[in-house]
Write a protein that binds this ligand. Structure first.
Ligand SMILES: Nc1ncnc2c1ncn2[C@@H]1O[C@H](COP(=O)(O)OP(=O)(O)O)[C@@H](O)[C@H]1O
Ligand SMILES: [Mg+2]
Length: 593
């Protein structure tokens, strides 16, 4: 359901852990403190310059003009011009520094999140859908970027600007400054009301945006299904509903913003009216100079801007804390399956693999997926697992790779508990060909090497020869480009490629999980011939429905409802006349028995 990741992934009832998030943010800022200090220095300089120009203007009006000193006038105007140019230069340096520092932090953070996520286990990926993880890495880090560039340093400028402007104005005319201050409550009220309203509306817009993209991803992924069942119109109508909602929310949000800016703009003529009305009267009485009036008009924006930006800062801070909290949620997540403190490294398997009374369930609430499973797989021998769909065959291999943990019993490799064996060494020595075949965009050759260019081509050709698939790869050029998810290949072609890939990577134990289920009988016969040879020489686990594939395995387990119902060689199992022999008769007819 798109509802699962239709929101931006946050449970509204979930409390933000401010302390942990604050620590995360500080941890991000700390390595970049030099960048922030530099930005701060440029900020002080540019603020000082921007505060200076109204004073120069006052000086020109009140001093140089009455003195009729044109030399002084030119110098003062020159100073004003230079001041503006320097202000632009420092402002440029400030912005560049902030952008650079912000990008540095966000790039580092993304790298850290990706590295962290890659180490996390499959149960984690069961919990977080892909769309939500993408949002964590993209949208949430953008929120933090906004915090670092728009708020961290700038909020100081706004506070400083306000205080200094107020002080200067107060110094030149306390009366007029206090008169102007009567506008503050309005500025604050308008800012808070409108920005609050528009922020909630923008949150709605964001949620609807991610709902639409979730909806699109799901439905485009299932396009063939939708078209076959004529669901295009229904899908379009559903999308229309969300789209219309987004349209309305977007419009209201923008309306709020426009009203907000217009009312802020309106404050400017009001303030100028106050300055010219009240101050003008005092100027007639000669209790205030014309230069001071001009200076006040020039200062107005510098006084109000920080005040109405305050609410913007607050909403950025709120948003960043929500984003930071979610990022922390991922970074704080420890892999469920980790190496023991002193892991054992296995280089090669000498004796074999053993399951001893293994019980496993995926969650505490789920029924047992494996019940009391015991078997041994000596080195060089082959084990086949057959049984009905959902019986627990894949689960056996999931445990062997430590994708999941089991609850009871022991899994031993050469007598060493699997729990004590380093994950990395375990996964480099067992090879897997899975029924969910994933191919990367790239050539067939690159895929066969699993994107590892250090593997020589000769190894690939050897693997192809071992399985006897030279003819297949005559038709399928190794330079052929595979597109994303391998949609330009048939299911069977993908299986052949991933089978050769497992052979190329040449690991010690080969696990094939329904590896040939989509392959045509002709190609399968080719593979089967190779397979019969492999079954006699390699340590392997083969899960297959077609019994012809596995009849030469050294040991066959019949797994059903999480239990081993029967075990033995093909001949022994046929003799038993149990479930296996019934399966066999189903596939090859009565006579085959
Ligand atoms: N990732 C998972 N999370 C929860 N339950 C699972 C998961 N994978 C499989 N199961 C459940 O475990 C049981 C065994 O599944 P599996 O080992 O995949 O069967 P199969 O024999 O078809 O390979 C099934 O009932 C299935 O619903
Ligand atoms: Mg399976």
């Amino acid at each position: 359901m798109h509802g699962a990741h239709g929101d931006d992934g946050q449970d509204p009832k979930e409390k933000i852990n401010y302390r942990a998030t604050f620590n995360l943010l500080c941890g991000l800022i700390a390595p970049e403190k030099r960048g922030f200090f530099a930005a701060f220095a440029w900020l002080l300089l540019s603020s000082a310059l921007s505060l200076l120009s109204p004073i120069i203007a006052k000086y020109i009006i009140d001093t140089t003009i009455p003195a009729k000193d044109s030399r002084l006038l030119i110098m003062a105007v020159g100073a004003l011009f230079l001041n503006s140019v320097l202000f632009l230069a420092f402002n440029y340096l400030l912005q560049m520094r902030l952008v650079r520092t912000g990008q540095q932090i966000i790039t580092g953070l993304k790298k850290r999140m990706l590295a962290h996520m890659l180490a996390l286990d499959l149960p984690f990926y069961g919990e977080y859908p892909v769309g939500r993880l993408t949002a964590r890495v993209q949208a949430d880090t953008s929120s933090l970027y906004e915090l670092f560039t728009e708020t961290t340093v700038t909020i100081f400028r706004d506070i400083l600007m306000f205080i200094v402007t107020f002080a200067i104005m107060f110094y030149f005319s306390p009366r007029l400054t206090l008169m102007l201050s009567s506008v503050f409550p309005f500025v604050l009220a308008i800012s808070f009301i409108f920005l609050r309203k528009s922020t909630t509306l923008f949150v709605t817009v964001r949620k609807l945006t991610s709902e639409i993209s979730g909806f699109l991803t799901e439905h485009i992924n299932a396009i063939a299904l939708l078209q076959v069942f004529n669901r295009e119109k229904m899908t379009a109508e559903k999308l229309d509903v969300i789209n219309k909602k987004k349209f309305d929310a977007e419009l209201s949000a923008e309306f709020m913003m426009i009203i907000f800016y217009l009312s802020i703009i309106l404050l400017s003529p009001v303030s100028i009216a106050i300055i010219l009305g009240m101050g003008g009267g005092w100027a007639i009485d000669h209790t205030i100079s014309i230069g001071t009036l001009v200076m006040f008009i020039l200062y107005i924006d510098k006084l109000f801007e920080p005040v109405f930006r305050l609410s913007e800062h607050i909403s950025i801070i709120q948003r960043s804390f929500a984003a930071g909290h979610r990022i922390h949620g991922i970074l704080a997540r420890k892999p469920a399956i980790v190496d023991s403190p002193a892991p054992r490294y296995i280089r090669s398997i000498r004796e074999g693999i053993e399951f001893q009374n293994v019980w496993m369930r995926y969650t505490d609430a789920a029924p047992w997926s494996l019940k009391d499973i015991s078997f041994t797989l000596p080195k060089g021998k082959s084990l086949a697992i057959v049984g009905e769909t959902g019986g627990g065959k894949t689960t056996v291999t999931n445990l062997l790779f430590k994708f999941y943990d089991h609850q009871k019993g022991k899994i031993l490799i050469d007598g060493v508990d699997l729990a004590d064996i380093s994950l990395k060494s375990l996964r480099t020595s067992i090879g897997l060909v899975h029924q969910d075949i994933y191919l990367f965009p790239g050539t067939i050759m690159q895929n066969l090497k699993l994107m590892d260019e250090s593997i020589p081509d000769a190894m690939v050709h050897d693997a192809i020869k071992t399985i006897g698939l030279e003819a297949f790869f005559k038709h399928h050029n190794l330079d052929k480009q595979i597109v994303e998810k391998g949609v330009n290949l048939s299911a069977g072609e993908k299986q052949v490629i991933s089978l050769v890939r497992a052979m190329t990577l040449n690991q010690e134990v080969l696990v094939l999980d329904e590896a040939t289920s989509h392959i045509d009988p002709y190609t399968e016969r080719l593979i089967n011939t190779a397979m019969q040879r492999l079954l006699k020489t390699r340590t392997m686990i083969v899960i297959a429905h077609r019994l012809s594939t596995i009849r030469h395995a050294d040991n066959i387990l019949l797994v059903s409802e999480g239990e081993i119902k029967e075990s033995g060689t093909h001949e022994q199992l046929l003799e038993k006349s149990g479930i296996y022999s019934r399966y066999y008769k189903l596939q090859f007819g009565e006579k085959a028995a």
